[in-house]
Design a protein around this ligand. Sequence first.
Ligand SMILES: Nc1nc2c(ncn2[C@@H]2O[C@H](COP(=O)(O)OP(=O)(O)OP(=O)(O)O)[C@@H](O)[C@H]2O)c(=O)[nH]1
Ligand SMILES: [Mg+2]
Length: 352
Amino acid sequence: MDVTQQERMNMTKQIYDMDQERIEEVAKLVRPRITVAGLGGAGCNVVTWIKSRGMVGGRLLALNTDANHLAICKADRRMLIGENITHGLGCGGYPERGEAALKETFGDVRKELEGASIVFLVAGLGGGTGTGAACALAEELAGKGPLVVGVVTIPFEIERVRMETARNAIKRLQKACNTLVVIDNNKLVKVSGDLPFQQALGVANELVGTFIKDITETISTASLINLDYMDLRTIMEKQGIAAIGAGWGHDSNRVEMAVKNALDGQLLDINDATKAFGVLIHVSGGEDMTLEEVYNAGHLVTRTISPSAKIVWGAKVNPEMEGSAHVFVCLTGVESAFLNQPNQNKKKFKLF
Ligand SMILES: Nc1nc2c(ncn2[C@@H]2O[C@H](COP(=O)(O)OP(=O)(O)OP(=O)(O)O)[C@@H](O)[C@H]2O)c(=O)[nH]1
Ligand SMILES: [Mg+2]
């Protein structure tokens, strides 16, 4: 039977349509599933910040032992953990209680994290819930599939008694997480101009929240320069500590200015930036930002790191940022000076 030209065209169209559907199907299957789990008061505050701004492409969980605090948090799912141990009253600064609370509720938490390809664990170190639960959850997830990225803060100097708790947690977390992003609240306060305590917490929440939101959205949505899941895995898979710096820039050389500020404003004292294993550069700017500007600015970063370091990029346009740019530079595989400092208050204030 002769096939007419029309029939041939119809067949070609059918095959084309099937290909298109298949692409959509595969895209759905491989789309990274990103979950952000905020643990304890600080972690839940960061999640609340992200939820109130809105985030595309990720799921937000808030986990706490403190029912009153959880009641005022915003998230896609809130979970009261360890009710039998803490009776909804928090952990009072004892990380071992936070750890036990997570373990008590781990079955439910695991269900929430099923199928996740990236899990961000967010906590302010130094208290009980966030510190204990983050360590326990990171250890439960280690090696089970998802890329586990811890994002934690080091206590303010006025909270000296909490330093040793934080230091011990970092040692555990850096072994269990693929990468542990550490932000020193003290450096953050200096960078943002010595603010009062409450305001400094707000700045910390915004910074941590923006970092996670930017990475998640650049991976999950079409961006000026897409950051893909494998890019992130490449620089974050290997265990270790990561430091971030954030910077703003304005007017004609805004991206360059923002990169310089981000490099100068690292939020963790690290021993040697040139030893970084990988670098993530994320740029956001207004609709007037050009690709050329973004790439040129990248050369500034590459000059300061080892030529063998792996570099990954992401850039997104935010129409509200006309005339300005915001940059995150994240150095992975670095050593933190904080871990090597002796704790002067160890004897005087030992808690446990
Ligand atoms: N970024 C940020 N850090 C905070 C905030 N609140 C507290 N912190 C820091 O995080 C540390 C831990 O505090 P919380 O998160 O309140 O403690 P928790 O994990 O709830 O622990 P417990 O209350 O003891 O169960 C504090 O020592 C502060 O350094 C916040 O809103 N944002
Ligand atoms: Mg608390």
